[in-house]
Write a protein that binds this ligand. Structure first.
Ligand code: ADP
Ligand code: MG
Length: 340
């Protein structure tokens, strides 16, 4: 990013609100690497998520909202492992160096970083208006989060057992409905507070970090819901070598979603919409009440939606009958119209 690359890093990224000191980071922005010092007896949990303009967010989206969302979707992966956030790095490919945009974007990042005690410790910056090609690329944001979890206690996808309850936190489908409002102006007659709550679910997902940590030692398997329950629960089933039966009437749906969307379409959003960033986990029946107590103490809604079964199929049930649902979560390399 030509001459002012380092100026941008200093002015916008290496600021105390965003790149603050924490005990587990012994060296932060400014050298070739950051140096981390996880707590004794902990494993490092590391994950990367990339957000590309036009794929993961709308081109004209508010930079503060984008800053928040960029870090929140990454923290969600730590939550899904039961890990405590330590710090993150950020690589950006920027079409320009708009100071007002960068100020708002980093303010959104800093809000979430501060809330989760997870500072920025390094990154990279390139211009996506390249000197060697004619047109500018899209804005591209790539975060790597680092967390820690006591060795052997991370929540994996592979531990679900026959008879375990399947649970989800929060409500499903709100973010997908919020994106429909933002992108298509859907449901124009919906009262403003409900519209706003759906849009907010897309902009600022919850990232259930505290809930994930509370599930250590209790949940048998867990993951976060980024592509929609229909697709994501399938990953737990495959990794664990089990099947599942889900009661669609037990799915937690918000008042806003029910007000906006007709019943049949609700299911498509709640199961296939994606972007929920809630946790889906399995738990042995004898641990279910402790899980419910712990999550209630955190103010996190939790709902049992089904049970792990023998076999390998994912069945959707309503009123004692199996439903034939054709659902598929978001998949980047599926072509439109192709069947699952
Ligand atoms: P190098 O050339 O060794 O890859 P850079 O010159 O790209 O390092 O970056 C210098 C320092 O600034 C490094 O510590 C790097 O981690 C940090 N940095 C670069 N871009 C960002 C960014 N977007 N946010 C935070 N830190 C950054
Ligand atoms: Mg270097």
């Amino acid at each position: 990013m030509a001459s002012d690359e380092f100026d941008i890093i200093r002015r916008h990224f290496n600021r105390p609100e965003l790149a603050f000191a924490v005990p587990s980071v012994s060296l932060a922005i400014g050298d070739d690497c950051a140096l981390l010092q996880p707590s004794p007896g902990c494993e490092l949990a590391v994950s990367t998520d990339m957000l590309v303009e036009g794929v993961h967010f709308l081109p004209d989206c508010d930079p503060f909202q984008l800053g928040q969302r960029t870090l929140l979707v990454n923290l969600s992966d730590l939550a899904a492992m039961g890990a405590r956030p330590l710090c993150f790095t950020l690589a950006l490919s920027l079409p320009g160096s708009d100071a007002a945009w960068l100020t708002r974007f980093t303010a959104g990042l800093a809000r979430v970083a501060g809330e989760h005690h997870c500072p920025l410790v390094g990154g990279d910056l390139t211009a996506s208006a390249p000197p060697l090609a004619g047109r500018s690329g899209p804005l591209c944001l790539c975060v790597q989060v680092h967390g820690e979890v006591p060795a052997g206690t991370a929540l994996r996808r592979s531990g679900a057992r026959v008879g375990d309850a399947i649970c989800v936190t929060g409500t499903l489908g709100d973010a997908a409905a919020g994106l429909r409002i933002l992108r298509d102006g859907a449901w124009p007659t919906l009262p403003t507070p409900l519209r706003e709550s759906l849009q907010q679910a897309f902009h600022a997902p919850q990232s259930r970090v505290a809930a994930g940590m509370a599930l250590r030692g209790l949940a048998s398997a867990a993951m976060d819901l980024s592509d929609g329950l229909a697709s994501d629960l399938g990953h737990i089933l495959q990794a664990s070598g089990v099947g599942a039966r889900v009661d669609v009437d037990a799915l937690p749906l918000s008042e806003a979603l029910c007000a906006a969307v007709a019943p049949q379409e609700r299911l498509a959003l709640a199961l296939g919409g994606g972007d929920d960033y809630e946790l889906c986990f399995t738990v042995a029946p004898q641990h279910l009440s402790v899980v419910q107590e712990r999550l209630a103490a955190l103010g996190t809604r939790v709902c049992q939606i089904g049970q792990i079964t023998p076999g390998s199929t994912l069945q959707w049930w309503r009123e004692g009958r199996e439903l034939a649902l054709k659902l598929r979560g978001y998949n980047h390399f599926h072509r439109e119209g192709e069947s699952a």
